[in-house]
Design a protein around this ligand. Structure first.
Ligand SMILES: CC(C)(COP(=O)(O)OP(=O)(O)OC[C@H]1O[C@@H](n2cnc3c(N)ncnc32)[C@H](O)[C@@H]1OP(=O)(O)O)[C@@H](O)C(=O)NCCC(=O)NCCS
Length: 394
Protein backbone atom coordinates (compact mmCIF):
# COMPACT_ATOMS: atom_id res chain seq x y z
CA UNK A 1 0.00 0.00 0.00
CA UNK A 2 1.42 3.36 -0.94
CA UNK A 3 -1.31 5.98 -0.39
CA UNK A 4 -2.34 7.84 2.75
CA UNK A 5 -6.01 7.47 1.79
CA UNK A 6 -5.56 3.71 1.57
CA UNK A 7 -4.05 3.74 5.07
CA UNK A 8 -6.99 5.83 6.39
CA UNK A 9 -9.46 3.41 4.81
CA UNK A 10 -7.68 0.53 6.51
CA UNK A 11 -7.78 2.36 9.86
CA UNK A 12 -11.57 2.72 9.52
CA UNK A 13 -11.86 -1.08 9.43
CA UNK A 14 -10.06 -1.53 12.78
CA UNK A 15 -12.46 -2.29 15.67
CA UNK A 16 -12.63 0.19 18.57
CA UNK A 17 -11.14 -2.18 21.17
CA UNK A 18 -8.10 -2.85 18.98
CA UNK A 19 -7.67 0.90 18.45
CA UNK A 20 -7.82 1.42 22.22
CA UNK A 21 -5.10 -1.15 22.70
CA UNK A 22 -2.98 0.58 20.04
CA UNK A 23 -3.51 3.93 21.69
CA UNK A 24 -2.12 2.81 25.04
CA UNK A 25 0.67 0.92 23.32
CA UNK A 26 1.70 4.10 21.52
CA UNK A 27 2.07 5.85 24.86
CA UNK A 28 4.57 3.28 26.14
CA UNK A 29 6.29 1.88 23.09
CA UNK A 30 5.74 3.52 19.69
CA UNK A 31 7.93 0.95 17.89
CA UNK A 32 5.79 -1.89 19.20
CA UNK A 33 2.62 0.03 18.21
CA UNK A 34 3.88 0.49 14.63
CA UNK A 35 4.80 -3.19 14.47
CA UNK A 36 1.30 -4.06 15.69
CA UNK A 37 -0.19 -1.92 12.92
CA UNK A 38 1.84 -3.88 10.39
CA UNK A 39 0.43 -7.10 11.86
CA UNK A 40 -3.15 -5.77 11.80
CA UNK A 41 -2.72 -4.73 8.17
CA UNK A 42 -1.35 -8.22 7.42
CA UNK A 43 -4.44 -9.79 9.01
CA UNK A 44 -6.53 -7.73 6.56
CA UNK A 45 -4.42 -8.89 3.62
CA UNK A 46 -2.51 -5.60 3.25
CA UNK A 47 1.30 -5.58 3.19
CA UNK A 48 2.93 -2.65 4.99
CA UNK A 49 6.33 -1.94 6.52
CA UNK A 50 6.92 -0.11 9.81
CA UNK A 51 8.63 2.69 7.86
CA UNK A 52 5.51 3.16 5.75
CA UNK A 53 3.38 3.24 8.93
CA UNK A 54 5.73 5.85 10.39
CA UNK A 55 5.39 7.95 7.22
CA UNK A 56 1.58 7.78 7.14
CA UNK A 57 1.26 8.58 10.86
CA UNK A 58 3.51 11.59 10.57
CA UNK A 59 1.10 12.97 7.97
CA UNK A 60 -1.96 12.45 10.28
CA UNK A 61 -2.39 13.92 13.72
CA UNK A 62 -3.10 11.74 16.73
CA UNK A 63 -6.77 12.78 16.93
CA UNK A 64 -7.27 11.62 13.39
CA UNK A 65 -5.64 8.25 14.10
CA UNK A 66 -7.30 7.55 17.42
CA UNK A 67 -10.65 9.34 17.21
CA UNK A 68 -13.88 7.61 18.30
CA UNK A 69 -12.10 5.54 20.94
CA UNK A 70 -14.35 4.37 23.73
CA UNK A 71 -12.21 5.12 26.78
CA UNK A 72 -12.53 2.15 29.11
CA UNK A 73 -10.98 2.22 32.63
CA UNK A 74 -7.65 0.85 31.44
CA UNK A 75 -7.39 3.43 28.67
CA UNK A 76 -7.41 6.30 31.14
CA UNK A 77 -4.06 4.98 32.35
CA UNK A 78 -0.80 5.61 30.56
CA UNK A 79 1.89 2.99 30.40
CA UNK A 80 5.39 4.41 31.05
CA UNK A 81 8.72 2.70 30.70
CA UNK A 82 10.61 3.57 33.88
CA UNK A 83 14.33 4.22 34.26
CA UNK A 84 16.38 3.83 37.45
CA UNK A 85 15.49 7.26 38.84
CA UNK A 86 11.77 7.27 37.96
CA UNK A 87 11.40 3.75 39.36
CA UNK A 88 12.14 5.03 42.87
CA UNK A 89 8.61 6.48 43.19
CA UNK A 90 7.04 3.15 42.21
CA UNK A 91 8.95 0.72 44.38
CA UNK A 92 6.22 0.51 47.03
CA UNK A 93 4.38 -1.58 44.43
CA UNK A 94 6.71 -4.54 44.81
CA UNK A 95 8.37 -6.71 47.46
CA UNK A 96 11.35 -5.42 49.53
CA UNK A 97 13.65 -7.99 47.93
CA UNK A 98 12.61 -6.98 44.43
CA UNK A 99 13.08 -3.27 45.23
CA UNK A 100 16.80 -3.73 45.73
CA UNK A 101 17.18 -6.12 42.82
CA UNK A 102 15.27 -3.93 40.34
CA UNK A 103 17.03 -0.71 41.37
CA UNK A 104 20.46 -2.30 40.96
CA UNK A 105 19.58 -3.97 37.67
CA UNK A 106 18.21 -0.74 36.14
CA UNK A 107 21.12 1.36 37.41
CA UNK A 108 23.63 -1.10 35.90
CA UNK A 109 21.77 -1.34 32.58
CA UNK A 110 23.90 0.19 29.87
CA UNK A 111 23.17 1.07 26.27
CA UNK A 112 21.59 -2.34 25.65
CA UNK A 113 18.30 -1.73 27.43
CA UNK A 114 16.82 -5.13 26.61
CA UNK A 115 18.01 -6.70 29.83
CA UNK A 116 15.70 -5.21 32.44
CA UNK A 117 12.26 -3.71 31.97
CA UNK A 118 10.04 -1.69 34.32
CA UNK A 119 6.58 -0.55 33.18
CA UNK A 120 4.32 1.65 35.32
CA UNK A 121 0.62 2.40 34.71
CA UNK A 122 -0.16 5.98 35.64
CA UNK A 123 -3.65 7.47 36.08
CA UNK A 124 -4.86 10.85 34.82
CA UNK A 125 -3.99 12.42 38.18
CA UNK A 126 -0.56 10.76 38.01
CA UNK A 127 -1.62 8.01 40.41
CA UNK A 128 0.80 5.11 40.42
CA UNK A 129 -1.64 2.29 39.76
CA UNK A 130 0.43 -0.72 38.73
CA UNK A 131 4.01 -1.85 38.22
CA UNK A 132 5.53 -4.66 36.17
CA UNK A 133 9.18 -5.72 36.44
CA UNK A 134 10.75 -8.14 33.99
CA UNK A 135 14.14 -9.30 32.80
CA UNK A 136 15.64 -11.19 29.92
CA UNK A 137 16.12 -14.86 30.79
CA UNK A 138 18.12 -17.27 28.70
CA UNK A 139 16.16 -20.54 28.49
CA UNK A 140 18.33 -22.00 25.69
CA UNK A 141 18.99 -25.69 26.25
CA UNK A 142 21.97 -26.02 23.95
CA UNK A 143 24.27 -23.83 21.90
CA UNK A 144 22.36 -24.46 18.67
CA UNK A 145 19.06 -22.68 19.33
CA UNK A 146 18.60 -19.45 21.23
CA UNK A 147 15.56 -19.18 23.52
CA UNK A 148 15.46 -15.79 25.21
CA UNK A 149 12.27 -15.12 27.14
CA UNK A 150 11.06 -12.10 29.03
CA UNK A 151 10.63 -13.28 32.62
CA UNK A 152 7.98 -11.33 34.56
CA UNK A 153 9.51 -10.93 38.01
CA UNK A 154 6.68 -8.99 39.57
CA UNK A 155 3.27 -7.65 38.52
CA UNK A 156 1.37 -5.72 41.16
CA UNK A 157 -1.75 -3.56 40.82
CA UNK A 158 -2.40 -1.19 43.76
CA UNK A 159 -5.47 -2.30 45.72
CA UNK A 160 -7.90 0.50 44.71
CA UNK A 161 -7.23 -0.24 41.03
CA UNK A 162 -7.70 -4.02 41.00
CA UNK A 163 -10.36 -5.84 38.93
CA UNK A 164 -10.36 -3.16 36.22
CA UNK A 165 -8.21 -4.98 33.71
CA UNK A 166 -4.96 -3.17 34.61
CA UNK A 167 -3.06 -6.39 35.34
CA UNK A 168 -3.97 -7.68 31.90
CA UNK A 169 -3.14 -4.33 30.27
CA UNK A 170 0.36 -4.37 31.79
CA UNK A 171 0.98 -7.95 30.74
CA UNK A 172 -0.16 -7.12 27.22
CA UNK A 173 2.35 -4.24 27.10
CA UNK A 174 5.11 -6.61 28.22
CA UNK A 175 4.06 -9.12 25.57
CA UNK A 176 4.11 -6.55 22.79
CA UNK A 177 7.47 -5.23 23.94
CA UNK A 178 8.91 -8.76 24.00
CA UNK A 179 7.58 -9.53 20.51
CA UNK A 180 8.95 -6.28 19.11
CA UNK A 181 12.36 -6.96 20.63
CA UNK A 182 12.48 -10.46 19.14
CA UNK A 183 12.21 -12.42 22.37
CA UNK A 184 10.99 -16.00 21.97
CA UNK A 185 8.29 -15.77 24.63
CA UNK A 186 7.16 -14.75 28.10
CA UNK A 187 7.80 -16.57 31.36
CA UNK A 188 5.66 -15.93 34.44
CA UNK A 189 6.38 -17.76 37.71
CA UNK A 190 3.09 -18.04 39.66
CA UNK A 191 3.32 -18.72 43.42
CA UNK A 192 0.66 -21.28 44.39
CA UNK A 193 -1.61 -21.11 47.46
CA UNK A 194 -1.59 -17.30 47.74
CA UNK A 195 -4.49 -14.82 47.67
CA UNK A 196 -3.56 -13.73 44.16
CA UNK A 197 -2.79 -17.15 42.62
CA UNK A 198 -6.18 -17.39 40.84
CA UNK A 199 -5.81 -13.94 39.31
CA UNK A 200 -2.25 -14.67 38.09
CA UNK A 201 -3.35 -17.99 36.60
CA UNK A 202 -6.17 -16.24 34.78
CA UNK A 203 -3.76 -13.57 33.51
CA UNK A 204 -1.60 -16.36 32.05
CA UNK A 205 -4.45 -18.70 31.24
CA UNK A 206 -3.83 -21.91 29.28
CA UNK A 207 -6.95 -20.93 27.28
CA UNK A 208 -4.90 -18.01 25.98
CA UNK A 209 -1.99 -20.17 24.83
CA UNK A 210 0.14 -20.27 27.99
CA UNK A 211 1.57 -23.60 29.20
CA UNK A 212 1.75 -24.61 32.86
CA UNK A 213 4.49 -26.75 34.44
CA UNK A 214 5.82 -27.34 37.98
CA UNK A 215 8.59 -24.94 38.99
CA UNK A 216 10.85 -24.37 41.97
CA UNK A 217 9.88 -24.30 45.65
CA UNK A 218 10.92 -21.37 47.87
CA UNK A 219 11.52 -22.55 51.45
CA UNK A 220 11.79 -20.37 54.56
CA UNK A 221 13.00 -21.48 58.02
CA UNK A 222 13.53 -19.72 61.32
CA UNK A 223 15.18 -20.60 64.60
CA UNK A 224 13.01 -23.10 66.49
CA UNK A 225 13.43 -26.21 68.62
CA UNK A 226 12.17 -28.35 65.69
CA UNK A 227 14.89 -26.98 63.39
CA UNK A 228 17.53 -27.47 66.07
CA UNK A 229 16.38 -31.08 66.55
CA UNK A 230 16.77 -31.62 62.79
CA UNK A 231 20.24 -30.08 62.94
CA UNK A 232 21.18 -32.40 65.79
CA UNK A 233 20.09 -35.42 63.70
CA UNK A 234 22.15 -34.16 60.75
CA UNK A 235 25.19 -33.74 62.96
CA UNK A 236 24.82 -37.32 64.26
CA UNK A 237 24.72 -38.67 60.69
CA UNK A 238 27.72 -36.54 59.72
CA UNK A 239 29.82 -37.70 62.67
CA UNK A 240 29.19 -41.36 61.66
CA UNK A 241 29.87 -40.80 57.95
CA UNK A 242 32.85 -38.49 58.38
CA UNK A 243 34.96 -41.11 60.23
CA UNK A 244 36.32 -42.59 57.00
CA UNK A 245 35.98 -39.48 54.89
CA UNK A 246 38.64 -38.54 52.39
CA UNK A 247 37.21 -35.01 51.93
CA UNK A 248 38.00 -31.94 53.97
CA UNK A 249 35.71 -29.02 54.69
CA UNK A 250 37.35 -25.57 54.63
CA UNK A 251 36.26 -21.95 55.26
CA UNK A 252 35.18 -19.96 52.22
CA UNK A 253 37.72 -17.25 51.34
CA UNK A 254 36.82 -13.60 51.94
CA UNK A 255 38.34 -12.62 48.59
CA UNK A 256 38.50 -14.41 45.25
CA UNK A 257 41.49 -16.78 45.08
CA UNK A 258 43.47 -18.32 42.21
CA UNK A 259 42.11 -21.72 43.28
CA UNK A 260 38.47 -20.59 42.91
CA UNK A 261 39.26 -18.89 39.62
CA UNK A 262 40.87 -22.11 38.33
CA UNK A 263 37.71 -24.04 39.20
CA UNK A 264 35.52 -21.45 37.39
CA UNK A 265 37.64 -21.81 34.25
CA UNK A 266 37.61 -25.61 34.54
CA UNK A 267 33.79 -25.61 34.83
CA UNK A 268 33.48 -23.73 31.54
CA UNK A 269 35.08 -26.68 29.73
CA UNK A 270 33.23 -29.46 31.53
CA UNK A 271 29.76 -30.41 32.74
CA UNK A 272 30.70 -29.48 36.31
CA UNK A 273 29.22 -26.46 38.12
CA UNK A 274 31.12 -23.27 38.89
CA UNK A 275 31.14 -21.55 42.29
CA UNK A 276 30.14 -17.88 42.68
CA UNK A 277 31.92 -15.91 39.98
CA UNK A 278 32.70 -12.24 40.74
CA UNK A 279 32.89 -11.52 36.99
CA UNK A 280 29.44 -12.96 36.19
CA UNK A 281 27.01 -10.07 35.78
CA UNK A 282 23.98 -12.13 36.81
CA UNK A 283 24.93 -12.23 40.51
CA UNK A 284 23.39 -9.31 42.36
CA UNK A 285 24.87 -10.52 45.65
CA UNK A 286 28.16 -11.09 47.48
CA UNK A 287 28.89 -14.31 49.38
CA UNK A 288 28.66 -14.23 53.18
CA UNK A 289 32.11 -15.85 53.51
CA UNK A 290 31.76 -16.51 57.24
CA UNK A 291 28.66 -18.61 56.57
CA UNK A 292 29.93 -20.42 53.47
CA UNK A 293 32.14 -23.50 53.05
CA UNK A 294 34.44 -25.18 50.53
CA UNK A 295 34.97 -28.90 50.08
CA UNK A 296 38.33 -30.32 49.00
CA UNK A 297 39.68 -33.71 48.03
CA UNK A 298 43.44 -34.13 47.68
CA UNK A 299 43.80 -30.37 47.51
CA UNK A 300 41.22 -29.89 44.70
CA UNK A 301 37.86 -28.12 45.15
CA UNK A 302 35.03 -30.67 44.79
CA UNK A 303 32.11 -28.77 46.31
CA UNK A 304 30.79 -25.70 48.14
CA UNK A 305 27.93 -24.22 50.07
CA UNK A 306 27.71 -20.47 49.45
CA UNK A 307 25.25 -18.22 51.27
CA UNK A 308 24.41 -14.51 51.19
CA UNK A 309 22.28 -12.11 53.19
CA UNK A 310 18.89 -11.19 51.68
CA UNK A 311 18.28 -8.98 54.73
CA UNK A 312 20.22 -8.56 57.99
CA UNK A 313 18.14 -11.31 59.63
CA UNK A 314 17.86 -13.75 56.72
CA UNK A 315 20.59 -15.85 55.13
CA UNK A 316 19.94 -17.41 51.75
CA UNK A 317 21.56 -20.77 51.05
CA UNK A 318 22.21 -19.93 47.41
CA UNK A 319 24.75 -22.32 45.89
CA UNK A 320 25.09 -25.88 47.08
CA UNK A 321 27.14 -28.31 45.03
CA UNK A 322 29.29 -31.42 45.23
CA UNK A 323 30.93 -33.05 42.20
CA UNK A 324 29.44 -36.37 41.01
CA UNK A 325 30.48 -39.21 43.31
CA UNK A 326 30.43 -37.09 46.49
CA UNK A 327 26.63 -36.94 46.91
CA UNK A 328 26.42 -39.75 49.50
CA UNK A 329 29.79 -39.17 51.13
CA UNK A 330 28.40 -37.18 54.04
CA UNK A 331 30.15 -34.08 52.69
CA UNK A 332 26.99 -32.17 51.62
CA UNK A 333 25.36 -32.79 55.02
CA UNK A 334 28.59 -31.80 56.78
CA UNK A 335 28.67 -28.41 55.01
CA UNK A 336 24.97 -27.84 55.66
CA UNK A 337 25.17 -28.75 59.36
CA UNK A 338 28.31 -26.67 59.85
CA UNK A 339 26.74 -23.52 58.36
CA UNK A 340 23.39 -24.01 60.15
CA UNK A 341 25.13 -24.45 63.51
CA UNK A 342 27.41 -21.43 63.22
CA UNK A 343 24.88 -19.09 61.58
CA UNK A 344 21.72 -19.87 63.56
CA UNK A 345 22.49 -21.99 66.65
CA UNK A 346 25.88 -20.89 67.96
CA UNK A 347 26.52 -19.25 71.31
CA UNK A 348 27.34 -15.99 69.50
CA UNK A 349 25.11 -13.00 70.11
CA UNK A 350 24.79 -12.25 66.39
CA UNK A 351 22.91 -15.42 65.35
CA UNK A 352 20.79 -15.05 62.22
CA UNK A 353 17.09 -15.60 62.83
CA UNK A 354 16.05 -16.88 59.43
CA UNK A 355 17.26 -18.91 56.47
CA UNK A 356 15.81 -19.51 53.04
CA UNK A 357 16.63 -21.44 49.89
CA UNK A 358 15.17 -22.65 46.61
CA UNK A 359 14.62 -26.32 45.87
CA UNK A 360 14.20 -27.60 42.31
CA UNK A 361 11.85 -30.60 41.92
CA UNK A 362 13.86 -31.59 38.81
CA UNK A 363 16.76 -32.36 41.19
CA UNK A 364 14.69 -35.33 42.29
CA UNK A 365 16.86 -36.90 45.02
CA UNK A 366 17.67 -33.64 46.82
CA UNK A 367 14.11 -32.35 46.50
CA UNK A 368 12.76 -35.63 47.91
CA UNK A 369 15.11 -35.33 50.91
CA UNK A 370 14.14 -31.68 51.45
CA UNK A 371 10.43 -32.51 51.26
CA UNK A 372 10.83 -35.28 53.82
CA UNK A 373 13.22 -33.60 56.26
CA UNK A 374 12.88 -29.84 55.91
CA UNK A 375 9.28 -29.22 54.85
CA UNK A 376 7.81 -30.38 58.21
CA UNK A 377 9.93 -27.83 60.14
CA UNK A 378 9.73 -24.98 57.61
CA UNK A 379 7.94 -21.63 58.19
CA UNK A 380 7.00 -21.25 54.57
CA UNK A 381 6.93 -23.59 51.59
CA UNK A 382 5.92 -21.76 48.43
CA UNK A 383 5.51 -23.84 45.30
CA UNK A 384 5.89 -21.95 42.06
CA UNK A 385 4.12 -22.89 38.85
CA UNK A 386 5.84 -21.93 35.62
CA UNK A 387 3.61 -20.31 33.04
CA UNK A 388 5.14 -19.81 29.58
CA UNK A 389 3.87 -18.21 26.41
CA UNK A 390 5.95 -19.12 23.38
CA UNK A 391 5.69 -16.80 20.36
CA UNK A 392 5.35 -18.52 17.00
CA UNK A 393 8.44 -18.15 14.80
CA UNK A 394 8.10 -15.22 12.40
C1 LIG B 1 -2.71 -10.36 40.48
C2 LIG B 1 -3.04 -8.91 40.16
C3 LIG B 1 -1.81 -8.29 39.48
C4 LIG B 1 -4.25 -8.86 39.18
O1 LIG B 1 -4.44 -7.49 38.81
P1 LIG B 1 -5.88 -6.93 38.33
O2 LIG B 1 -5.66 -5.63 37.66
O3 LIG B 1 -6.83 -6.97 39.47
O4 LIG B 1 -6.29 -8.04 37.26
P2 LIG B 1 -7.27 -7.84 36.02
O5 LIG B 1 -8.40 -6.93 36.41
O6 LIG B 1 -6.45 -7.48 34.82
O7 LIG B 1 -7.82 -9.30 35.85
C5 LIG B 1 -7.07 -10.33 35.26
C6 LIG B 1 -7.82 -11.65 35.42
O8 LIG B 1 -7.73 -12.08 36.80
C7 LIG B 1 -9.04 -12.27 37.32
N1 LIG B 1 -8.99 -11.86 38.72
C8 LIG B 1 -8.63 -10.65 39.22
N2 LIG B 1 -8.67 -10.69 40.56
C9 LIG B 1 -9.04 -11.93 40.90
C10 LIG B 1 -9.23 -12.60 42.15
N3 LIG B 1 -9.04 -11.96 43.31
N4 LIG B 1 -9.61 -13.89 42.15
C11 LIG B 1 -9.80 -14.56 41.00
N5 LIG B 1 -9.61 -13.99 39.77
C12 LIG B 1 -9.25 -12.70 39.74
C13 LIG B 1 -9.94 -11.40 36.48
O9 LIG B 1 -11.27 -11.87 36.50
C14 LIG B 1 -9.29 -11.54 35.11
O10 LIG B 1 -9.61 -12.80 34.53
P3 LIG B 1 -10.47 -12.93 33.16
O11 LIG B 1 -9.86 -11.94 32.22
O12 LIG B 1 -10.27 -14.34 32.77
O13 LIG B 1 -11.85 -12.57 33.58
C15 LIG B 1 -3.43 -8.12 41.45
O14 LIG B 1 -4.44 -8.84 42.10
C16 LIG B 1 -2.28 -7.94 42.40
O15 LIG B 1 -1.49 -7.01 42.25
N6 LIG B 1 -2.18 -8.79 43.43
C17 LIG B 1 -1.04 -8.74 44.37
C18 LIG B 1 0.15 -9.39 43.70
C19 LIG B 1 1.34 -9.37 44.63
O16 LIG B 1 1.29 -8.95 45.74
N7 LIG B 1 2.47 -9.83 44.14
C20 LIG B 1 3.68 -9.83 44.95
C21 LIG B 1 4.69 -10.75 44.40
S1 LIG B 1 5.07 -10.47 42.72
Amino acid sequence: MTTLNGFKALRALVPADVLSELYSLFASDPDAARQRMVEIAGEKGVTLTTDQVRGFLSRMDEDEVFDNIEMSASQSFQCRRLDASSLLDWLHLTTPLMRKYASTALALQGADDRHFLAFGLEGEEHEHAALLLAELTDCSRNDQSSDQRLCILSVVVAKPFRHQGLGRTLLRHAERWARTHQFSGLHLPVPLQTNFTDAMQRLASTDRGWTASPGKVVVGLSISSAVEALLQRLENVVSRQARHASWQMAPFPEKQTAELQKRIVMARHSKLAAPWDPDAKDYEWQPAARHSRLLRHQGEIVGWLITHFVSPDCLRYAKFWVDPGWERSGAPLAMLASVMRSAHFSANTDVIQKGCFISHPTNYLLHHWITKQIKPVSDSWIEIENRDLIFPLA
